[in-house]
Structure formats: structure tokens, C-alpha cells
Design a protein. Sequence first.
Length: 304
Amino acid sequence: MSKKSIRFFNDREVRAVWDDEHSKWWFSAIDIVRAINNEEDYVKAGNYWRWLKKKLAADGVQLVSITHDFKFQAHDGKQRAADALDAEGVQTLAKHYPNNRAGAFLDWFTYSDNSIDGQSKKKAYALIESGLMDSMEPGTVQCLQQIHAYLFGGLYDFAGKIRTKTISKGGTLFCRAEYLLQNLSMIEAMPETTFDEIVDKYVEMNMAHPFMEGNGRSTRIWLDLIFKKRMKRCVDWSKIDKKDYLDAMHRSATDASRIKALLAQALTDRIDDREIFMKGIDYSYYYEQEDGVEVINDGKEDKE
């Protein structure tokens, strides 16, 4: 079972594995309990799940296929068998949960696949598997546009298109639209032969924010392609905490040392490991949860 996925509810991982035979995802039951209960301790979550499983069975609630014993990767890197639920089983569990905390989880679970992010994430998986990235030229603006177009094609009408409006996010004003094309040309010409040069180029592209939405998700894939081409490395994004990453990127406009330190400790030579890239997609989309973007309308950027 090689296809795996991680979703995040309230910063808790919900791991899943793909069942080729039945064409569906199976979700870790203990992860679901941890997410609903907001429980840090895996042992406590496991104990609660075993108690809950017996209680529901005694109450006549039939969960779908809870004893498949699929293997999930634990935090120590080992694969361990665990109870798993399919989507129907997850919804049944949430609806019969013995407290009122499962409602928000069920809303999130039901919505997550159908949201723009959920659909785009599936496209990102498909991009990794398609082999199309082998024909892209890493470090170029065209490469970034191709990635963005693939991730958001059919979801946004501006997929792959350089923005013509000025935007800000979290109090940060990105490159003004009237200077953006010139700025992107300068960024494309930046060297990328060393680690520091590559990260500097990535930071500049992030500050440019060439698209109306979806910049972070696209640019992190773009960065990995540069690392793969120039250094035979890629980033294991699961080793970078969300808050640490966002704080480092916010500071990078004036000081890139923190993001360089985070990326340096997360580099791996497993550039042909499909799971590393898939996990990278999961974390990349997780970083963007609850982000917002503001359009600055000063009458200058609406020229099409």
C-alpha cells in the first residue's frame, strides 16, 4: 500500500492509506480520536479508542471494516498495524461519538475533499505521479506557472496567470502589480548554484507572490525542483513545524537566516522517494490552512 496521505484537523494529523482493490481511503481510527478529543498522547488516544469500540459494539453501532489492520507510519518511522475506518465508518463514528466534540470534525471531514484546497491537493498528487515535472525547467517563471496551472486549473480562472492586482497577506504587502513582471524577470535571473542562492531565490519569489492565490503551495514544489536539479536534494517538509515555517517566512523579507536553518535541517537525498513528495504536498497544504489574502484596490492594478 504505497499511496498515503495526511490531513490536519486542529493541527492533529489524520493519516490515511489508499486501498487499490476497493478504490478508497482508510483513515487511522486512533488519529480520528486524537483529533476529536484534541489529545496529544497517542497512548491515551489508543486506550480511548479501544474503550469506544467496545461501547459502540455493545450499543449496536456497526462501524465499517474496523479490523483491516492497515499499517501507518509512527513517529519513530516504523510501520505499525492499526485499526482503520473508511469514509462511511468515519461518519458513523462521528455521529455516535459520546460527546458533542465530533460535530466540527465531521463537518471538516465531509467538506475537506470537496473544497478548493481538497480538489487542488488531489491535483498535486496527480502532478507528482504524472511525470510532467521531468519536462519542466526548474527555477524559471514558466515552470512556476506550469505548476500553478496544474494545481488550480478548473478551480480558479487565473490558474497559471501572473496577477494584475496588488495583494497583501497578514499585513505583508507583496510586489505591486505594475512592477511584478520586471521583478519576476530579475528573480528568474538570480543564480541557483548553492544552497544559500537557491533559498534567496525562493524568498524573493515568495515576496513577489505572482498569483492571486496558491503561491505558497506552488512555490514550495518549485523550490524542491530546484534543489533536486542543483543539489540532488529535496525538502522533507514533515520535519518543519507549521508555526516555525510561517514565522521564518514572515521574517525572511529582512532576514532569511531562520528559513535557511529550517530548510537545511530538513534536506534529504531521497529525491526519488514518492512518499517524501506526497508527504510534502500534505504539509504544504497544511501550512496554508486559515490563510487569507487581501486585494489592494488603488485604481492602478485593474488594467487587463
